[in-house]
Design a binder for this molecule. Structure first.
Ligand SMILES: Cc1cc2nc3c(=O)[nH]c(=O)nc-3n(C[C@H](O)[C@H](O)[C@H](O)COP(=O)(O)O)c2cc1C
Length: 337
């Protein structure tokens, strides 16, 4: 008997997407060929690489090259084209957003990267600067707006509520902050970009689950999403869509088809016929007093620690052959049972 494929369509930023798979902003979206391949491999939308307002930005034809890319993408693709902007001044946010809108982008993602190291600046000022950007862009354009956030806010729930009030339609959880390494040969920083690992998707998963019921904006999961199972988990925790980057840089754009296939298989195994109906099913319930439960689970996780729970750690760091360590490991594992 032929079964019908599960419905993986979703709504994001007021747009109907045929699938929740969105290649995140990256060099893969710098060329039309890449964008077409994303569409052919099942993407529900694409996010273009960011346009930067930067005095050191030396790309020829800045910012017109970017506007041309938007026009070309809109002409060639049938799926939504989400532009991405990273500006430094309020005028820059407004001017570039208006140009992006005129060029025909379907929506705009604000990639706000505002690192404050001044101890005299209270965190409320930093947070207000995010809100100010969203308000200004909201007033200047009618584009559906997503805000891509870093994970480090004292009260993320309030931050999201404020961005919602300011006019954001969606929040991307999370941007991955840039973390240079130290090179002991040159005794200096090593400015290389490390791609994400699957273990990192626990961070967006947790926050999606905690914030889904109180957020009145769409949430997109981002960071460490590599498989169809990862996508389904994000949706179950409350994401409307998922953004994927590192695994596509590593395995190529056609990996999207593998993700889609696994997503459908996992949905069938879990008896889920529609992704929209499944959204948020495993998020924290309102009546659960999430903060108290989280603290209790944190305590249990620390006290019930066992090496069995950290297979990725075991893969990366071979277990020491020191018998004292083995004895400790066995003891810890049996204590947690
Ligand atoms: C090489 C590279 C270039 C990126 N360029 C951008 C960019 O232009 N704008 C942006 O908002 N994010 C950019 N990102 C971040 C990704 O869009 C994404 O948010 C991040 O990598 C987390 O997703 P992942 O874990 O699937 O890689 C870039 C990431 C990489 C690895």
């Amino acid at each position: 008997m032929k079964t019908t494929a599960p419905d993986i369509s979703t709504n994001y930023l007021g747009l109907r997407l045929r699938s929740p798979l969105i290649p995140a902003a990256s060099p893969l979206s710098e060329h039309l060929d890449g964008l077409l391949e994303m569409e052919n491999c099942g993407a529900g939308a694409v996010v273009l690489h960011s346009l930067f307002e930067d005095p050191y930005e030396k790309r020829p034809g800045h910012p017109d090259y970017y506007l041309d890319e938007i026009r070309a993408a809109r002409e060639a693709l049938t799926i939504p084209v989400i532009a991405s902007l990273n500006a430094t001044t309020l005028e820059g946010w407004i001017n570039y957003a208006c140009k992006i809108e005129q060029a025909g982008a379907t929506a705009l993602e604000l990639n706000i990267y505002n690192l404050s190291l001044d101890p005299a600046v209270p965190s409320s000022h930093v947070e207000a600067s995010y809100v100010e950007v969203v308000k200004a862009v909201r007033q200047a354009t009618v584009l559906p707006l997503a805000v891509k956030l870093p994970p480090f806010f004292t009260n993320l729930a309030r931050m999201i509520a404020k961005l919602d009030e300011a006019g954001a339609d969606g929040i991307v959880l999370f941007n991955r902050v840039y973390q240079p390494d130290i090179d002991l040969d040159t005794m200096g920083p090593r400015f290389s970009l490390r791609l994400s690992m699957a273990a990192e998707n626990r961070l967006p998963l947790r926050w999606l689950s905690l914030l889904y019921r109180q957020a009145h904006v769409d949430l997109a999961g981002n960071t460490g999403i590599r498989s169809g199972a990862d996508v389904l988990k994000m949706i179950l925790c409350g994401a409307s869509a998922t953004q994927i980057c590192s695994v596509l840089l590593q395995r190529g754009i056609p990996w999207l088809m593998e993700i889609r296939e696994e997503l459908e298989q996992r949905m069938e195994q879990c008896h889920i016929t529609s992704l929209r109906d499944a959204r948020g099913l495993l998020s924290r319930q309102d009546d659960e007093a999430p903060a108290i439960i989280e603290r209790e689970e944190y305590r249990k996780a620390l006290q019930g620690y066992s090496l069995i729970d950290v297979p990725s750690w075991r893969e990366e760091v071979p277990l020491p052959s020191d018998p004292r360590m083995t004895a400790h490991t066995t003891k810890t594992a049996s204590r947690s049972k």
